[in-house]
Design a protein. Structure first.
Length: 63
């Protein structure tokens, strides 16, 4: 389990269920971000920059 450095982080409470998942690479995925939006860029434990195999846009949908 990943533990946050923030002592009162509500997301990190042991009572919260956590689900981790991954998705296969899609045709339009890249290894370079197409915009400035990224959910996480550093490890919450060691603060090292994360390296991605590929990047998928998320939270982006046409209405």
């Amino acid at each position: 389990m990943v533990k946050s450095n923030i002592k009162d982080d509500k997301i990190d409470l042991n009572t919260n269920n956590k689900v981790f998942y991954g998705m296969e690479k899609q045709e339009d995925d890249t290894n370079i971000p197409k915009n400035l939006v990224r959910d996480i860029i550093v490890c919450p434990i060691c603060n090292e920059k994360l390296e991605y195999d590929y990047i998928q846009l998320n939270h982006h949908r046409k209405m």
